[in-house]
Design a protein around this ligand. Structure first.
Ligand SMILES: [Zn+2]
Length: 101
């Protein structure tokens, strides 16, 4: 039942979200500024518009990183993806691009 739920979620997912899940995000600079303790940087994914927020010390040691995903990106209610699930994500992203020889 769970595999069917995942397949159904992937079938209706935005193509950009599938591409990012398969090929990872394509980060570009968004904002960056100094803070009293170091730096605060936000990157934006040019495909899905997820935002990656990183807080650095003055010497650029990472203090924390978080990602804010766009609505519809997350697979709510399906729990952590297994290796098999990740194969399903890859298949959903790649199979539409496969051409026959
Ligand atoms: Zn993305």
């Amino acid at each position: 039942m769970r595999a069917r739920d995942l397949d159904q979620a992937l079938a209706t997912m935005e193509p950009e979200f599938l591409a990012c899940r398969y090929r990872r995000h394509a980060w570009d600079p968004y904002t960056a500024h100094r803070t009293p303790a170091g730096y605060d940087e936000r990157l934006i994914c040019v495909r899905c518009e997820a935002i990656r927020h990183t807080v650095y010390t003055r010497r650029f040691t990472i203090v924390r990183t978080s990602i804010t995903y766009p609505a519809g990106y997350r697979l709510i209610g399906l729990g952590a993806l297994t290796g098999t699930d990740r194969g399903g994500v890859r298949a959903a992203a790649m199979l539409p691009t496969v051409t026959e020889p």
